[in-house]
Design a protein around this ligand. Structure first.
Ligand SMILES: Nc1ncnc2c1ncn2[C@@H]1O[C@H](COP(=O)(O)OP(=O)(O)OP(=O)(O)O)[C@@H](O)[C@H]1O
Ligand SMILES: [Mg+2]
Length: 302
């Protein structure tokens, strides 16, 4: 029973005829940190909905730590803590009560739950808000509250549907740290995200879904390895002759801007030094161009 999630030929057609899942096969090993990727509407939330019992599947099988979601519905559900894409708690209930109520549903005695709740809220930097109604929290705080609520039930599998959407950069990093920690301590994690950086930082394996089908399922290392080259936008005082930069495929954009293509692992600082020496341009600023997740999709679809 080494699979945290085992899905075979999963099909979902919504009542309005939308074929959201067209036969998904997916295995996630216990202890893995797994990313479910795909454009808007690919079917990610639908898969999560089926695993957590919110969406009825049309066909196929799914089990969680060996518990079939049809035949052992409750057992399967107990394995999972979920952080949904949409906020779904009572806006008037206090932060602490939201977590404790959830513990109550799972039969955890209040005294036990209270000390665990305190630890969770402290770790997620929400302790000072514990007596506030949840509607007083910011978007990022609400998302962290959903994580606390998911963890209070001591799940073996944590499912997060876009956990860092709307969370600022600093908090995002601390959230990554926290999730990595939980995973190191044995929690299996499945998340969906639109940030490739997040996948690289946390996940070991990833599947990419397109139009209800899995198009790739591989290690993150292999997936990101597909993006061999990266385009950078460079701002300079004035673009001069970029002829000497043919080996990095330099392309003039306007009087102050050009792009260059670098292989992974290039020492950018050293390269920019060489660029200014060989062309006399003085470099003001540079940054990667475009969305890398989108580039990865495009590469995979080739
Ligand atoms: N309740 C519903 N009724 C009808 N169609 C639905 C319903 N929920 C989702 N869909 C459709 O199913 C498809 C998959 O949606 P889903 O929410 O699973 O995508 P997603 O991969 O989570 O997208 P996103 O990245 O935008 O969250 C979409 O075409 C969507 O419009
Ligand atoms: Mg979704």
């Amino acid at each position: 029973m080494n699979q945290a999630i085992s899905i075979s030929n999963l099909v979902k057609t919504y009542a309005n005829g939308t074929e959201a899942l067209k036969g998904i096969d997916l295995q996630v090993e216990a202890g893995d940190f797994f990313a479910l990727l795909g454009a808007n509407g690919a079917g990610k939330t639908t898969i999560i909905g089926i695993l957590t019992g919110l969406v009825n599947k049309t066909g196929g099988q799914a089990s969680v730590f060996g518990h079939d979601i049809d035949h052992e519905h409750n057992a399967a559900k107990r394995m999972i803590g979920v952080v949904p894409q949409e906020m779904n708690f009572n806006q008037f209930e206090k932060v602490e009560d939201i977590v404790l109520t959830e513990a109550g549903y799972f039969g955890i005695p209040r005294a036990e739950a209270a000390s665990e709740c305190e630890q969770l809220l402290k770790r997620l930097e929400l302790w000072e808000k514990k007596s506030q109604p949840s509607r007083n929290l910011s978007g990022g705080m609400k998302r962290r509250l959903m994580i606390a609520r998911a963890l209070i039930t001591r799940p073996r599998l944590l499912i997060l549907d876009e956990p860092t959407a709307g969370v600022d950069v600093e908090l995002r990093y601390s959230m990554w740290d926290y999730l990595r920690d939980l995973n190191r301590n044995g929690l299996t994690v499945l998340l969906t995200t639109h940030y490739l950086e997040e996948v690289e930082q946390m996940c070991r394996n990833a599947a990419m879904i397109k139009d209800g089908k899995i198009i790739t399922n591989d290690s993150v290392r292999n997936l990101v390895g597909i993006l061999e080259k990266e385009t950078y936008v460079v701002h300079v005082d004035r673009v001069t002759d970029i002829g000497p930069l043919a080996d990095i495929n330099a392309q003039r954009v306007d009087d102050n801007t050009f792009t260059m293509e670098l292989s992974k692992g290039t020492d950018i600082a050293a390269l920019l030094n060489k660029v200014s020496q060989s062309t006399g341009m003085s470099i003001r600023d540079f940054r990667p161009q475009g969305n890398r997740m989108e580039k990865l999709f495009l590469e995979l679809l080739k």
